[in-house]
Every structure is written in C-alpha cells, then in structure tokens.
Design a binder for this molecule. Structure first.
Ligand code: PLP
Length: 395
C-alpha cells in the first residue's frame, strides 16, 4: 500500500520507535527516576517566561484576522524586519526583511531550501557524523548524499578529503554547527577553509555551489566560543535557523531561512523559496509564534542549565574511563564505544537502565550519542551505572 520511496524510510523509523517504546517499558517497570534516558534531543530547559507572557498578550491584543489569517508565504513583514535587525546587531550583518523567510522550524527550512535549489541527481556533501534526517530531506528532492570525513580526534572537517569530493555534481554543502551529535563548533579556520575550497570550485566548474548552514543550536555555545556566521565567509550561503532549542519551543515549529543579497540571483531564490513553503504544504510559518518571536527576539533559554549538565556528564564519564571530547555547543556528548560494535555497548548499558543512541544512527559507527538535555539529577544518578558499565569493559 505504501510508496516504494517510503518503504526504506519506514524500516529506519521502526528502529527509532522501538527505542521509544523500550524507554517507556523501562520507566513503567523501574520507575521514571530510575531510568537514565539520554536518547532524545528534546530541550528541557524551561521556556523563557517572556515567551509565555508574550503569548498571552498577543492573543489578547491582536485582531483575529491578522493573528489567525493567511499571510504572505514568507511571513509577517514586521516580524522578518525585527529578526533581520536582531541578526545585524548580534552578527554585524546587513540583512532586511527581504532576506528573512519564516519557516516551520529548521526541518522545514532545510526542505524549503533544498526544494528551491537542488536538482534530481545533484549531490549534497555532508560531514560525518551527522543528523541522519538529512538523508530523508535530500531524498525528498532525489538528490544524492555524499559523506565527507572529519578528523577522528576533533570532528572538524577533513578539508583535503572534502576538496576531492566536491565535483561537477555538487550543488550543496550542508554544514551543522554547533553540531549534532558531537557538540563540536566549527572554528573560523574550518569555515574559511571550506569557503576557500568552494570559491575555487565554483570558478573551476563555472556553477554555483551553495552552503546550507543548519543552525538550530547557534545559541547553545559554551565558554564564550565563537560560532562564525557563515554568510560573512561565503556568499552563496543559506542559513536555516530555529527557535526549537534557543527558546525550548520544538513543538511550536518556528524558525527562518536567511537568504542574503550576496547569494546569486537572491531575489529569485527568495521568491522561489517562499513558493516552496507553500508547495510543501507549510504555506506559512505559524502566525502566533511569529508574533511571539518578534516580541522575544532577545530572549534565550538559560544556558547554565545545559552547561552544568555538560560538565557533570563529561567529568563523570571521563572519571569512569570513557573517551570523549568536551562539547563546545548543543547538548550532546559523542562517546567512543569501548568495543567496535557500539550497538552491543548500548545493549549492555540497558542493564543499568541507561539509554543512549548508537553512533551508526548518525553515520558515526563506533560511538554513542548521549543527549544531556535531561535533569541534573538524572545525570548524577546515572553515574554509578556508568561506573559499573565501564568496569564491565575493563576501563
Ligand atoms: N537539524 C539538527 C541538526 C537537529 O538536531 C534538529 C532537531 O533536533 C533539526 C535540524 C530540526 O529542528 P527543528 O525542530 O527546528 O525542525
């Protein structure tokens, strides 16, 4: 009954669903507080109070037809202008409303961007490991994912290999920083390196190659680390931003694309992307949440909430003898599995009620991902289990 294109995607989905169900069964059996579920990237830092306040005010104040009516596919003009000014203030850019297209979160922003610029058979280069849903999005437009390696110690892109992978079929390089699943932030040196290679390739091949910068974790960067704003380094860049993590609003589905003037045929790309928003069935981003963002453009979740977890889990795992790098951003730790088959490691961890995701789910075999967007108590209470787990592997 289902389409040939969906069949393999459903097979993958059932593995994730099994994990959800397993977590629920464990919680029912052992009690919620005794299950240490690090599998989900569901942001649990409280939504800032000004967001809740804004929702109440907007519902009271805005006329129904404006608040609940159809609008331009790109979103409310005043909201887009407010966001443009905010980016200019924080990043030193020069955007206006004509560069900002409101989307249904980053996932939809990425789909809109790919629908707008990707032809069937063209390649999208992605650095491993990566958020595997990108495969689905590229597949939606019959593109081809090309996996590019990263340095085994730092997870920064291996630029020599990357250069060799960019060819006459390359249309997009998809970059995600701060990064899911490693927590790495791509340095300015890395961004400049990627930009220089692409500038050279565009000239050689006489065709546009785009960077799509997937940035839902931009605000979650620790210790004052800089997250370079990629439009400043490479003209053909589209940024996909989301408030899912920065305001803990993943269910509200709100984000935007930045399509800068410097991008080739920027106006045409923007108009096409607005139409893609409609064609993909989103039509426009949720109206109430657009208005909320305009009121709360400076709001952020409490970064210390995640930072405390980051330090506690990293230190705790290192003390147990596990190998991992200190994440600079997002809310994930990517831990080296003590055995080659990380699925076996995940299975053993379940004995201690610890749930984590095998790295293969991110094209990163040999590692496991731990999402530390959980309560601080969960982390503290999980550490004795991790200690026993480490001992089982002779660490
Ligand atoms: N990109 C990455 C790297 C993510 O981790 C996620 C969600 O976890 C998304 C995109 C999708 O985010 P959104 O909720 O804004 O659609």
């Amino acid at each position: 009954m289902i389409s040939e294109k969906m069949k393999p995607l459903m097979a993958n989905n059932s593995a994730i669903r099994t994990m959800f169900e397993e977590g629920d069964q464990m919680r029912a059996k052992y009690g919620r507080e005794n299950v240490f579920d690090f599998s989900l990237g569901n942001p649990d830092a409280p939504t800032p109070p000004e967001v809740k306040q804004a929702i109440k005010e907007i519902v009271e104040e805005e006329p129904d037809l404006i608040l609940h009516g159809y609008m331009s596919n790109a979103g409310f003009e005043d909201v887009r202008e407010t966001i443009a000014r905010h980016i200019n203030k924080t990043q030193g850019t020069n955007f206006s409303k004509k560069n900002i297209l409101m989307t249904v979160g980053a996932a939809s922003g990425l789909n809109v961007a790919l629908k707008t610029i990707l032809n069937p058979g063209e390649e999208v280069v992605i650095f491993t490991p990566y958020f595997l849903e990108y495969n689905w999005y590229v597949n939606n437009y019959d593109g081809v994912v090309v996996q590019a390696p990263t340095d085994k110690k730092t997870f920064q892109p291996d630029l020599k290999s990357f250069e060799k992978l960019v060819g006459d079929k390359t249309r997009v390089v998809l970059i995600n920083s701060p990064h899911n699943p490693t927590g790495v932030v791509y340095s300015e040196e890395t961004i400049k390196g990627i930009a220089n290679i692409l500038k050279k390739k565009q000239k050689e091949l006489n065709r546009a190659i785009f960077i799509i910068a997937d940035e839902p974790y931009r605000e979650l960067a620790y210790d004052g680390v800089e997250v370079p704003y990629i439009t400043k380094y490479y003209e053909n860049t589209i940024v996909a931003y989301s408030y899912s993590k920065s305001l803990s609003l993943p269910g509200e589905r709100i984000g935007y694309l930045v399509i800068p003037d410097e991008l080739e045929e920027s106006e045409l790309v923007f108009d096409t992307a607005s139409n893609a928003n409609r064609i993909l069935g989103c039509v426009n981003a949720p109206s109430l949440q657009q208005k909320v963002i305009a009121k709360c453009v400076d709001a952020k979740v409490d970064l210390d909430y995640y930072d405390r977890n980051r330090k506690a889990l990293y230190e705790g795992l290192k003390d147990c003898g596990f190998e991992c790098i200190m994440p600079q951003g997002a809310f994930y730790l990517f831990v080296k599995s003590p055995v080659e088959d990380e699925a076996e490691f995940c299975k053993t961890a379940k004995k201690y009620n610890i749930l984590m995701v095998p790295g293969s789910a991110f094209a990163g075999p040999g590692y496991v991902r731990l999402a530390y967007c959980v309560s601080y108590e969960t982390i503290q209470n999980s550490l004795p289990g991790f200690k026993k787990l480490a001992q089982e592997y002779g660490l």
